[in-house]
Design a protein around this ligand. Structure first.
Ligand SMILES: Nc1ncnc2c1ncn2[C@@H]1O[C@H](COP(=O)(O)OP(=O)(O)O)[C@@H](O)[C@H]1O
Ligand SMILES: [Mg+2]
Length: 308
């Protein structure tokens, strides 16, 4: 098989190392693989014949593409490139539709809640005037969590201890994110700065770790100094993680779960989860699992085309 890894962030060193890990894993499994850079792709619209050019000529014939969508703000533009590759007929893991849903925390919460997947109580606010005692009571303030819809690496997640803090954090986040929407979320005290990262590929949990925030921090993100350790998931946690990935129509997903008194609560599902520290902590070859899944998908698509 010929496997293309489409990278979106040449500047993000962690991400580019992981891209190379996927290529390496693919070659070890006997496949051809290489990295393609999103910034070298041009979208061509030409009478119902959508194409992607790479470095001046039509994107070469690959059996499957693994887009490693980055954390930049222009997620819709990134998703548009993924979509165009799909329109050209390439099998893609994850698909553009799943990526654009998962990258938006508001959409994610909406879909998870719709499918009865437990999430922390969340209220979407669009104007400061609606921050009143009633709303705050509903999310068990204080403290309360504020989230921008498109944050990552913990960057758009804030904790506020008072109404005054909520108001100033809100106007700051709105300016920063350029979107007048914020998620006001119940703070799960019992998490004590810990959450579980579950890496799902297809219908299976591939690896998992419990992450603990560094001292004085409530966010467990590794990028913010959080530390990962091995953990064993309960049956319920496995079910919740797999279902979360499935309802978002993702094929590869990193599910963040808080172990609350009420049971597992899903915070978000990452469409292009990092796996470097997960591999270090668990010893699992996550890159290999990704490649194996992509190859299976490519085979299936080939078979369907041959039958048609
Ligand atoms: N409602 C919450 N209660 C307690 N901790 C939270 C809550 N929401 C987020 N956190 C902490 O903040 C981290 C980042 O939040 P998350 O929603 O995963 O955003 P990001 O996309 O930036 O990782 C989580 O991993 C968790 O440690
Ligand atoms: Mg997260």
């Amino acid at each position: 098989m010929k496997i293309a890894v489409l990278t979106f962030e040449s500047i993000d060193r962690r991400s580019s190392k992981e891209d190379s890990r996927i290529v390496q894993a693919a070659r070890e499994l006997g496949h051809k693989a290489r990295i393609f850079r999103a910034d070298k792709c041009q979208l061509v619209y030409d009478r119902h014949n959508p194409r992607v050019f790479y470095d001046g000529s039509v994107f070469p014939d690959y059996d499957v593409i693994i887009p490693r969508v980055g954390l930049l703000r222009n997620i819709e533009l990134q998703a548009a490139l993924v979509k165009q590759l799909q329109l050209m007929g390439f099998p893609v893991v994850n698909t553009f539709h799943a990526i654009s849903r998962a990258k938006n925390k508001l959409r994610t919460m909406q879909i998870l809640d719709h499918f009865d997947i437990p999430i922390p109580k969340t209220i979407v606010v669009r104007d400061l005037k609606y921050i009143n005692a009633e709303i705050l009571k509903q999310v068990n303030a204080f403290p309360v969590i504020l989230k921008t819809p498109f944050g990552s690496y913990g960057s758009g997640v804030v904790i506020a201890e008072s109404k005054r803090a909520v108001m100033s954090a809100l106007s700051f986040l709105w300016k920063q994110s350029g979107v007048n929407i914020i998620l006001l979320q119940e703070y799960m005290k019992e998490s004590k700065g810990k959450d579980v990262r579950v890496f799902v590929v297809g219908n299976k949990v591939v690896a998992t770790m419990i992450r603990s925030a560094k001292k004085g921090e409530f966010r467990s993100n590794i990028e913010l100094g959080g530390k990962g350790e091995k953990t064993v998931l309960s049956k319920r946690e496995i079910d919740v993680a797999i279902k979360s990935v499935k309802v978002l129509k993702l094929e590869i997903g990193g599910v963040d779960i808080i172990r609350s008194k009420k049971g597992p609560l899903v915070l978000e599902v990452n469409a292009n989860p990092g796996f470097k520290s997960l591999e270090e902590v668990t010893g699992v070859d996550v890159a290999k699992a990704i490649v194996e899944y992509a190859v299976e998908k490519a085979k299936l698509v080939k078979l369907t085309k041959e039958e048609a």
